[in-house]
Write a protein that binds this ligand. Structure first.
Ligand code: FAD
Length: 465
């Protein structure tokens, strides 16, 4: 098969590349290859089974049209300071411009006009004052909240728009290898029907946008084909859940608290991430690994708020396998939890005891992930990470009194194993001619908006070539 532009992965990064190419009036043939299903056929059976059934060959939450974005909470972070490292490649001003433009595309496909975290400057000042006293930085980041169910409608409209504008979309097709010779990429091998048939697609430009789920695959491709990259950061942490009463002031003023600290003694970066007022803790699967996440619906609400606390780990020589490191912690936690997500009360962590299932019902808070298994997350968590988490929770308690309560729930493993950072120019060119890398798989983004914005930039660059 032959095409002009081959995009591998139909997550926000890949689809915004195609969208921008169409908007610019591109006449080249665009082929989008996606290992998951079209958006209308993505269905997580958990709503019926009440527990994760580990869908094969791919998890519906992370694969299929719109990638990890479709079933996500759809919180678009509208500040260049949040969602990735593009500012260090493109500059703060240009990154913000790209985000504003990309936001206007989301609006044109029906995103909610309302933006959280704007117009409450006095209350924000007060929260910042408390953060300063606690030794934490509060990042201002307005948020447009699509909501899980609205995000699916919005991405469905985009899928239809791409189809109507001639983009060839090949679903349930997985890229197994890149064709690279003498420093030039000329195509990719695509497996259909779970490997029953392999097709070679040649193209002028090959764009990898395989997301976080494709990070390990891309790491192998970088090693095999000598695509220049450097080891990325891994974030290891917990998903924290409290009753919404505890954190409702922050929920109302900011919707999401972006707090960053460097707690003693290690002074590693620790931050809050992905806050879901009235939301639900969720499980997602990457190959054989079950990790915890959280999301919230626009209409269906729980009594709780969940958010991640993440510690960034950067390794030095000779170690260069951060993803494998994080996965081992995840596997160990899964092993201890019998393959399920583990949950422990914060008070039990401090008391050095496991949480028993019947103890969970003694609290005000009811876990919003019912199939999480009570246990002891500290068995699998490195000392450094656990110390960071505890010290950070104590600091957040000064901003949000009650956050460090004994009944606060900590779910594990919460891992963000970003891809190795692919070395690239501001034109998004990699060290291999004809090959580009985008979004979360490139290691440069870690959120919907920045991944989408990088896709927009890719579309513009490809239209210039
Ligand atoms: C539950 C959940 C909630 C989230 N909530 C938010 C949020 O509220 N706000 C936010 O900013 N971010 C959120 N995120 C993160 C956000 O979804 C990602 O940052 C974003 O989707 C990254 O976009 P991407 O296009 O780079 O990759 P992805 O969205 O991961 O898409 C990559 C696509 O590539 C496909 N693929 C992978 N490997 C191959 C292969 N070899 N061949 C073919 N196809 C392949 C995958 O199936 C996938 O569809 C959330 C993520 C999850 C999982």
């Amino acid at each position: 098969m032959k095409t002009d532009i081959l995009i591998i992965g139909a997550g926000p990064a890949g689809i915004f590349t195609a969208l921008e190419l169409i908007k610019i009036g591109n006449r080249k043939k665009i082929t989008l290859v996606e290992k998951g299903k079209p958006i209308e056929k993505r269905h997580c059976p958990k709503s019926e089974t009440r527990k994760c059934v580990d869908c094969k060959p791919n998890c519906h939450i992370t694969s299929g049209f719109a990638g990890a974005g479709a079933f996500s909470d759809g919180k678009l972070s509208l500040s260049f300071e949040v969602g990735g490292d593009l500012p260090s490649l493109l500059g703060d001003f240009f990154t913000q411009e790209l985000i504003d433009y990309t936001d206007s595309i989301y609006l044109s496909f029906g995103a909610d006009e309302h933006v959280e975290g704007r117009g409450k400057e006095e209350e924000i000042k007060d929260i910042r004052k408390r953060a300063i006293k606690a030794g934490l930085k509060l990042v201002d980041c307005p948020i447009r909240h699509l909501g899980t169910e609205k995000a699916q409608d919005l991405y469905f409209s985009i899928q239809q728009f791409l189809g109507q504008n001639g983009v060839e979309m090949l679903f349930e097709c997985q890229c197994s290898d890149l064709i690279i010779k003498d420093g030039v990429c000329t195509g990719a091998l695509i497996e259909e029907k779970a490997g029953a048939k392999t097709t070679q697609i040649t193209a002028e430009h090959i764009v990898i946008a395989t997301g976080r789920g494709g990070a390990a695959w891309l790491e192998r491709q970088c090693a095999i084909h000598d695509i220049h990259h450097k080891s990325g950061t891994v974030d290891i942490g917990v998903r924290v859940e409290v009753r919404s009463e505890i954190i409702e002031h922050i929920n109302e003023v900011l919707y999401e608290s972006k707090l960053i600290g460097y707690p003693k003694p290690f002074k590693n970066k620790v931050r809050t991430f992905c806050q879901n007022p009235g939301g639900f803790v969720s499980q997602e699967n990457y190959d054989d690994l079950s990790v915890v996440n959280g999301h919230s619906y626009k209409n269906l609400k729980s009594d709780n708020t969940n958010l991640a606390i993440l510690c960034s780990h950067n390794f030095t020589e000779p170690f260069n396998q951060p993803i494998a490191f994080a996965k081992r912690i995840g596997e160990l936690t899964n092993m201890l939890g019998g393959g399920r997500i583990m949950v422990q009360r914060y008070g039990d962590v401090l008391d050095g005891k496991r949480t028993w299932q019947d103890e969970l019902s003694k609290s005000n808070i009811k876990p919003s992930l019912p199939d999480a298994v009570a246990g002891d997350i500290t068995f699998a968590m490195p000392y450094r990470t656990m110390t960071n988490i505890i010290n950070f929770i104590e600091a957040v308690d000064l901003v949000v009194p009650g956050f460090a309560s004994a009944e606060t729930l900590l779910y594990s493993p919460e891992l963000k194993f970003y891809s190795n950072k692919v070395k690239m120019t501001p034109d998004l060119k990699t060290s291999v001619a004809g090959l580009y890398c985008l979004g979360d798989s490139s290691g440069w983004t870690r959120g919907l908006m920045m991944a989408s914005s990088m896709g927009v930039l890719m579309g513009r660059k490809l239209s210039e070539i």
